[in-house]
Write a protein that binds this ligand. Sequence first.
Ligand code: HEM
Length: 493
Amino acid sequence: RVCNRLPNSRASVSEKISQSEAGAKVVKEIPGSYGPPLLGVIRDRQDFFNGREEFFKSRMEKYQSTVYRVNMPPGGPFFPDPRVIMLLDAKSFPVLFDTSKVEKRDLFTGTYMPSPDYTGGYRTLSYLDPSEENHGKLKSFCFEVLMMNRERWIPEFQRAAQELWDVLEKELASHGRAGFNDASEHMTFNFLCRSVMDRDPAAPGPASLGGDGPSLIKKWIFFQLAPINTIGLPRGVEELTIHTLPLPFSLVKKDYQKLHGFFSTYATRALDAAHKFGLTRDEASHNLLFNICFNTWGGMLILFPSILRLLGRAGAQLHKDLADEVRAAVRAERGGLSMRALESMPLLKSTVYEVMRLEPPVPFQYGRAKQDLVLESHEGFYKVNKGELLGGYQPFATRDPKVFESPEDFLPRRFMGEQGHKLLRYVLWSNGPETESPSLNNKQCAGKDFVVMIARLLVADLFLHYDSFDMEISAGALGSAVSFTSLKKPISF
Ligand code: HEM
């Protein structure tokens, strides 16, 4: 419905440009409805948990629009205002990255924020807007920790990966199948602790985690994300428990203290750098824990199974092509899996980007309008009022048929060549275009380059060890559970 013209008074430069580009175009009212108080929230919440893709798609069809109003879970009465303007196409979505237009304060997990008790009483970096002084200090600290360990990432990853393959091969030999998820969760945590803390999490010592690291972290993350997740309980039970009330921190306090004890005891090298950025050791330790356990480990918990599932489904020819490319690049580097070798694997690079396009591990992003603004989707212009909450379901933006051909298909070569590279600006998993970089002034993932490197390393290391593999998939609590049913070793390499 056409309701008013582009507002003139507060238009920024870019809005003025779109205004002139818009010519005679008009600003439309955003379709959709929040329904009656509480009832509307409950109805939308139930629809969402019945299947989120269908939830978004059915409303897109109903309103004939990729921008509309809807309640996003969890919502009242015990969670904050759930009214959101959803952005579901590649054109409108990037407004969420523009920190001159949207505020990102306390929106990391969505319309609600877990109690800061979960993070040592601090609002950790992920919850801060770049306009807050601590954002720059904490992001600099995060960059510093990544930098100070740059020589360790590749060798420590390969060491932990070797242990992973050994475990999986043994399990395959004795049971005919080998579960990837549990084993890779331990592998990832070992890799991160050894790299950053120079220590095995299970090594004996006053703050040792034994083999409990991954389960402690999973429980801590689950308690924070429970309001927007399902765990397979009957719908009605979930509705009345985890989706209605925030879970109290007291139930995971001991687990968190154990994890924090490990970080504050052994992350000496990283924490010694905290004062350079004007941070106390205590605040730095809780942020480091969050970066490593929530951002990094939690991200890989989702990403690694996605990579393997999509690779596994793609079949033997892709496996062969990847193995050939990886082995040739490593040979050219005299046997080493270096950064240079990883850079010279165009198919592998494109394959990893394609996984991240099709299944961005963090699917939701939010931002609150800092001012009245005009949004643009493929269909037209929409007026947003200052203070309104914008949300994006990223898989719809990165599977936008107006940008990507066969958007639902896994096409490993999609990002190869000149034309392919041009599409990288529509890959958004890091909360920003793949062609841009995280900085102190934006909210793009601090670990962007690191994540891409690790994802490439996983695939490269896999195909250094094996020619091909077969697997089975089942539904896991947090994404897909992958089990290998074969790992085919090369005759010679
Ligand atoms: C922010 C994704 C790994 C550190 C983000 C955001 C996303 C994201 C989507 C933006 C959230 C928002 O504000 O709406 C991922 C994924 C990862 C991953 C999918 C792995 C698969 C990492 C790693 C690090 C990291 C390895 C640390 C070194 C951060 C930090 C922020 C952030 C500090 C907040 C940035 C800021 O406040 O400016 N990440 N991330 N992430 N990520 Fe990552």
